[in-house]
Design a protein. Structure first.
Length: 340
């Protein structure tokens, strides 16, 4: 049994004009010590999926269906009091902006000690010693001096390391990192991702990395999900998806990487934009932007416009695409033609 199992998760936001489906039929799993990447454009549902795991979505958002099982426990119907024993304690989260996460009027040490005392019966001296060890683990220079500093006295990279240290305070089983390097320059991004990778491997911590950067995903994660308009449209081993993307949307994301363009020419891009969740297209949500709705012979795949694609197995990956399903059907040898 996986450490975390998400099945058919459905999240909606109740608005006056009707419910908006933010997540639709999302399923994935995470083993202990495994690193999973979730990628997609802004609005794909990546952060909503992460927040839902700990029921951090605010009203009018709610879980309309599905299951989230962590270490054998069902989280979707769990009381707030029971969830507080899991949040931060066994599942920690690293948010995008450290300045929004850290309290500007408390020193780093005060915040870390307060976090430990909220979850454990522990004295201030022991809590400070643990905080110091965690700052050392994330390679912060002069950690003892940093404990008495305030967030505004630290650089962006240092603040993000502090956030990671706080996430590690209670030795969690899973860390959810929601675009942890968005506001950092490239060299600091690399250092932070190397640090997360080192900590996961050393302490056997599971990692869910949410990002739009396919380069980061390819270097850090073992498996990945590609999301579009609130639905997972491709998932499988990271290396296989990066080397041979099956879904047209994943292919578009790969082709949009700067290294895929001819030097001196414009960067490749996926035409159009992510649809509004309260006005999703019929059939496959990606079909208005997809160049494969029309076959090479000029005929149209009408299913793309009328039916939501089911998942099909392609190698070790699962893909929700009518074109891929059609290609796989054409490759299969009918039973009566199978050589004896």
């Amino acid at each position: 049994m996986s450490l975390l199992e998400v099945n058919n998760l459905d999240v909606r936001f109740a608005l006056r004009r009707g419910d908006v489906k933010a997540l639709r039929d999302v399923s994935f799993s995470l083993d202990r010590g495994e690193r999973l990447g979730i990628v997609g454009e802004s609005g794909a549902g990546k952060s909503v999926a992460a927040f839902t795991l700990l029921n951090l979505i605010a009203r009018p958002g709610y879980i309309a269906g599905g299951s989230i099982r962590f270490d054998g426990q069902e989280l979707t119907g769990m009381s707030d009091r029971a969830l507080r024993r899991i949040r931060g304690n066994r599942i920690s989260m690293i948010f995008q902006d450290p300045m929004m996460t850290l309290n500007p009027v408390l020193s780093i040490g005060e915040q870390m000690v307060e976090c430990l005392k909220a979850h454990r019966r522990i004295g201030s001296r022991e809590a400070r010693a643990i905080a110091l060890r965690k700052l050392e683990q994330v390679h912060i220079p002069s950690p003892e001096a940093r404990l008495d500093q305030y967030p505004h006295e630290l650089s962006g990279g240092m603040r993000q390391r502090v956030i990671i240290a706080i996430a590690l305070l209670l030795d969690p089983d899973i860390i959810i990192a929601d675009e942890p390097t968005t506001a950092l320059d490239v060299t600091i991004q690399a250092e932070i991702m190397d640090l997360l990778l080192e900590l996961c491997e050393k302490h056997n911590v599971g990692l869910i990395l949410i990002t739009h950067d396919l380069g980061v995903v390819s270097q850090v994660t073992q498996r990945m999900l590609v999301m579009y308009a609130g639905r997972v449209i491709e998932q499988g081993p990271t290396r296989e998806i990066i080397n041979d993307p099956q879904h047209p949307y994943t292919q578009g994301l790969m082709n949009a990487l700067p290294q895929m363009a001819t030097p001196g020419s414009r960067l490749n891009q996926i035409p159009g934009s992510m649809p509004s969740l309260d006005n999703l297209p019929s059939g496959c949500a990606f079909h208005p932007r997809c160049g494969f709705v029309t076959r090479p012979d000029g005929s149209e795949r009408s299913a793309c416009r009328t039916r939501v694609p089911e998942f099909v197995a392609s190698g070790n990956c699962r893909v929700a695409c009518h074109m891929v399903a059609e290609m796989l059907d054409q490759e299969r040898i009918p039973a009566e033609e199978t050589p004896r």
